[in-house]
Design a protein around this ligand. Sequence first.
Ligand SMILES: [Zn+2]
Length: 130
Amino acid sequence: MTKIEKTEAEWRQELTPEQFRVLREKGTEAPFTGEYDHVFEPGTYRCAGCGAELFAADAKYDSGCGWPAFSAPAEGTAVDEEVDTSHGMIRTEVLCAACGGHLGHVFPDGPAPTGLRYCINSAALQHQKG
Ligand SMILES: [Zn+2]
């Protein structure tokens, strides 16, 4: 997959301030405020930065954590994972494999069969019905 490279100025122009803060500055939206926290409609969740398909609505579940939660990415190659040691914690950061945008973190307390909880900012996602 080709990496999408854009300058900070280009991203700033294309994204809303909240999308820019999350995707490009690794920000986190306030819990229980995101557009998709309680959306459970069929379809696909795409990257708000580049449109890449990231998560299927089938994988979304109500974790009660305050952010959209998914048990698995759409494809194994859709997201990249990196160790994140910021804020005095060791977490696994989830990034869009296509544009490198910050999506959220993945935790090992999700439902079977993956046991994973992809905790993703609504601002990093765009829901596509279908
Ligand atoms: Zn992307």
